[in-house]
Design a protein around this ligand. Structure first.
Ligand code: ADP
Ligand code: MG
Length: 421
């Protein structure tokens, strides 16, 4: 989820040392779950926290009825959050109904219910358990880019999902970014409860009284257990010889399945309506959204291209900042033009906010000197791509990053691009 009402925010679900903080655990906010807590009349048992966003925490849970692990998204309880979750359930139900074989690379909703806790009533969504997010994959690879064959594989997965959402269902995701695309498998096998033979926790193991220290204590226990499991695995690897240990250091992605699925439909919408307003997390936001010119499915394609660039290079494509005398929006538009060329005047003048940013010649009012650095040159000079690799990727991305939304290829058209195959 990127945004609700007027204030948008980025969701930071990842990272070992980054957590959701304690302030969100209050009336109207997160539910403080602990391993062993039961949900839906006892059917689902919380195991460990998988991630978080600004709207929810997501837990690994054990389904005692069907004897399997699932993901349990526990939404914050305030009215707006609850409404967003109900909306997400509506969309995910349509997504599941249209994909009975679960082959369209979108997360599958299994169940939903309400849970009463000390902070209020929380809408909960049960979905299939998935692995690490693409953000975690990028960080795992130390922000060096994951290699073009990996990028292509992930692009194909995401495009299958987008094509299904756009063409078959008429849904715009509106918040596509690395945190919201999850690998089907975990990077580290010891974090996969099935592959690691994890015995489900069925009883609460620590004090019933919620407090910050109880949570961090139980999480520390779980981290210690995970660390021990990892240590065991690497011990086994060491005994296989030094080469395997070296491979571990290099953090090769060999053997990691890159099949992935799109998650987080908290802000998704039906494309049939006339759409305006602010969507998307800053770095992945399309130009038509910034200038207030309305948006459609092609806004997701823009975010998709930004994400593909990030997978390939390990760095975000556009990272705007407020500068002296100019806003983040203006800096963002300037960065886009430096990489993609000047925005056509017709497009620049088509939004409700055009006059704030552009003069009548279609030039930015407050940022006058642009340093043009086309995509291909950026890939070669800054990221050390070979000329042919840079050209291949740039030729794939440039049409998707067209300033004119109608000119961008659809997901179906991208899937036919020979570069992907
Ligand atoms: P929010 O709307 O609060 O951003 P998300 O649906 O994006 O919530 O979930 C937050 C995070 O929880 C994700 O970025 C991911 O790390 C983790 N997560 C979500 N769904 C799953 C799932 N099905 N399996 C594993 N982890 C998940
Ligand atoms: Mg999210």
């Amino acid at each position: 989820m990127a945004f609700l009402g007027n204030g948008y925010c980025s969701s930071g679900s990842e990272g070992e040392d980054e957590d959701e903080g304690m302030e969100g655990y209050r009336k109207g906010g997160y539910h403080a779950a602990r391993p062993g807590d039961r949900f839906a009349g006892g059917r689902f048992v919380a195991q460990r926290k998988l991630g978080w966003g600004n709207f929810s925490t997501v837990w690994l849970a054990y389904d005692t009825l069907l004897n399997r692990f699932v993901a349990l998204k526990i939404q914050k309880s305030a009215r707006d959050y609850a409404q967003a979750a109900l909306h997400e359930i509506e969309l995910l139900s349509a997504i599941a109904k249209g994909d009975p074989t679960n082959s369209k690379n979108v997360v599958q909703l299994l169940d939903h219910f309400k849970h009463a806790g000390p902070n209020g009533h929380h809408v909960c969504l049960v979905t299939e358990f998935l692995g690490d997010s693409l953000l975690r994959l990028i960080r795992y690879n130390r922000n060096k880019g994951i290699g073009l064959s990996g990028v292509k594989e992930i692009c194909r997965s995401v495009l299958v999902g987008l094509d299904y959402l756009h063409r078959e269902l008429g849904i715009i995701h509106t918040d596509l970014k690395p945190e919201n695309v999850l690998l089907v498998s975990t990077i580290n096998p010891s974090k996969d409860p099935v592959r690691s033979g994890f015995t489900p926790i069925l009883e609460r193991t620590v004090s019933n009284q919620y407090s910050g220290s109880v949570i961090s204590f139980s999480e520390k226990m779980l981290k210690m257990r995970a660390r021990r499991a990892v240590a065991k695995i690497s011990l086994r690897r060491e005994s296989l010889g030094g080469v395997a240990a070296e491979m571990e250091k290099e953090r090769s992605l060999d053997g990691i399945s890159l099949k992935c699925k799109i998650v987080d439909f908290g802000n998704a919408c039906w494309g049939s309506q006339q759409l305006a307003g602010e969507i998307q997390t800053r770095q992945y936001r399309a130009p038509e959204v910034i200038i207030g010119a309305g948006y459609s499915y092609s806004a997701d394609m823009w975010s998709f291209a930004c994400m593909a660039f990030e997978l390939a290079t390990g760095e975000v494509l556009f990272a705007p900042k407020t500068c002296q005398g100019c806003s983040e929006d203006e800096d963002h538009l300037a960065l886009m033009m430096e990489t993609l060329g000047k925005m056509p005047k017709k497009i620049a003048s088509s939004g409700t906010r055009s006059k704030d940013y552009f003069d009548r010649h279609g030039d930015l009012k407050r940022i006058r000197r642009l340093k043009f650095w086309p995509l291909e040159r950026l890939l070669v000079q800054r990221y050390n791509f070979t000329e042919p690799d840079a050209q291949g990727l740039a030729d794939f991305l440039r049409p998707i990053l067209d300033f004119t939304p109608e000119n961008r290829p659809t997901a179906a058209a991208c899937l036919k691009n020979p570069w992907l195959n």
